[in-house]
Design a protein around this ligand. Structure first.
Ligand code: FA5
Ligand code: MG
Length: 477
């Protein structure tokens, strides 16, 4: 059985599981950087608009700068090419696309409208960028579900956008990435005899069939772990789930079919690989806003990779959006994940590169294989430190004042930007006598565009060390 994830944001399958940073247990500690320092600015400017700051504000300048990039709208950018390709599988007029929704949303939109409990870890400042206590940078495109349902402009929709999460640093994680939300609704009032299940099955029969090898360990639902909602009949939930799964399987067939063609064209794929049938599987999942819920994984280069989460939309959400006559599904797919596979892009930082050697390789509407321009040498450096011992009282039981591995990630991003390739905790130690805790992180510095000099790397690392002392009061070892 799969245990529901506490946070919807923890990716279970990354492109390369070696790069998952171990979770460091949380230690109460007041971060000085964004708390009550007198030099703290009173406003933060995002996309040219200014927002008041408060004790919750934790959007650093390097993240604020990303808001204007809008990679999913640059026609020859791989994220945008991937978006268009998936979007073409959800055509109008059934599906309307929304691609310009702004990333600054309310806590209500991002969490409350989706039924996130108040103590859900996704709400914490260690995981989410707060503009102020009421406003966040959206952590997922689901933040727009309720508003888009309420608009009722079409039976279905897609929403593509940049999303923001305080997260690990490695080749498949970046604090800004892109998602596409998709949804499809049916109204009881507009199907013959109000029989939604029959209407949906009729549609499924008309959908293209595929010969994909699909393993389904999730089934339509599980009474205990992944239940049908009390407002739905089993037959309705089963029909909605079947439509959802077939729609997404068809996307996989199309997208990976294109990836194979590109690989063959580039002379990369062997005949045997091309003939080997594509394997995908459905597994049970948990999201506060869908039930039953699923994740779709695809077998790619020897490993199962999580592409998306989805499920039958919670009726409570639809009721609050004045759509209680409707029933339907929603999904959220990571565009970087798909794009890295399609274009053979080895490092997620590359998407943010402004280097012509990267950008000039892509053409609108075309999948091509990325040709690495060069591989520059890495340089790793360790930093070990004691966490202050008198931290619990300082934090006053406030979870906002907790040292989290994401704080380490943020310090490194602040100082080294995209020159940090990978950061992991390599040692955690509690002194048997003093009870003091020590952490050791390894930072791998490597530029994608040039060779970093030893001096430069040393200087960056020294700044990281000093920032840890200044912001978190750690004692360097
Ligand atoms: C969500 O964000 C849900 N909102 C998805 C959803 C939508 C469920 C609608 C139900 C209905 P999750 O945190 O698992 O779920 O992210 C969805 C996808 O985004 C993942 O499957 C993955 O492809 C991508 N993703 C998640 N975190 C990252 C990351 N740090 N870097 C790159 N891609 C990521
Ligand atoms: Mg997930």
């Amino acid at each position: 059985m799969r245990i529901p994830l506490l946070s919807i944001y923890r990716c279970v399958g990354t492109l390369n599981s070696r790069h998952i940073v171990p979770r460091v247990s949380q230690i109460a500690l007041v971060p000085r950087h964004y708390s009550t320092s007198p030099s703290k600015p009173s406003t933060v400017t995002l996309n040219g608009k200014s927002y008041p700051c408060d004790d919750h504000t934790n959007v650093p300048p390097h993240i604020a700068q990303c808001l204007s990039r809008k990679l999913h709208l640059i026609p020859n950018h791989p994220i945008s090419i991937t978006r268009s390709l998936i979007e073409s599988q959800f055509p109008s007029p059934v599906y309307k696309s929304y691609n310009t929704l702004l990333p600054v949303v309310t806590v209500g939109q991002n969490f409350d409208s989706l039924g996130f409990p108040l103590d859900h870890p996704g709400r914490s400042r260690t995981d989410t960028y707060y503009v102020n206590k009421d406003t966040v940078l959206r952590t997922h495109t689901s933040a727009h579900q309720a508003d888009t349902f309420r608009l009722r402009e079409s039976d279905g929709f897609t929403i593509s956008a940049d999303v923001y999460r305080r997260d690990a640093i490695d080749r498949s994680h970046y604090p800004v990435f892109h998602q596409m939300e998709g949804a499809r609704m049916w109204s009881r009032d507009s199907v013959p005899n109000g029989d939604i299940a029959a209407a949906i099955w009729k549609e499924i029969e008309q959908m293209p069939r595929h010969d994909l090898k699909v393993e389904d360990t999730a089934g339509a639902w599980d009474a205990e772990r992944n239940p049908v909602q009390s407002e739905h009949t089993d037959a309705e939930a089963e029909a909605v789930a079947a439509h959802l799964k077939r729609s997404l399987e068809n996307v996989v067939v199309e997208v990976f079919g294109q990836a194979r063609k590109a690989a063959i064209a580039a002379g990369e794929a062997k005949e045997s690989e091309v003939e080997e049938p594509l394997k995908v599987r459905w597994i049970e999942a948990y999201f506060p806003f869908t039930s039953p819920s699923y994740e779709l994984e695809v077998f790619w280069q020897g490993d199962w990779l999580e592409l998306l989460g989805c499920g039958v939309v919670k009726q409570e959400l639809l009721k609050n959006a004045d759509c209680n006559d409707q029933i339907g599904w929603a999904f959220g797919v990571g565009l970087e994940r798909v794009s890295m596979l399609l274009f053979n892009i080895p490092d997620i930082r590359l998407f943010w590169s402004q280097d012509a050697r990267f950008l000039s390789q892509f053409t609108p509407s075309t999948i091509t294989r990325f040709q690495p321009f060069s591989k520059f040498p890495p340089c790793h450096k360790d930093v070990a430190f004691w966490l202050p011992s008198s931290t619990t009282s300082a934090a006053g039981g406030n979870t906002m004042g907790v040292f989290h591995e994401n704080d380490m990630m943020e310090v490194v991003r602040d100082v080294a930007g995209d020159d940090a390739e990978d950061v992991r905790c390599i040692d955690e130690f509690v002194h048997p006598k003093t009870g003091k805790k020590s952490l050791c992180f390894r930072v791998n510095y490597r530029s994608l565009e040039r060779t970093l000099t030893n001096d430069e790397t040393n200087q960056m690392h020294e700044k990281v060390r000093q920032a840890l002392v200044e912001r978190y009061g750690v004692e360097l070892r």
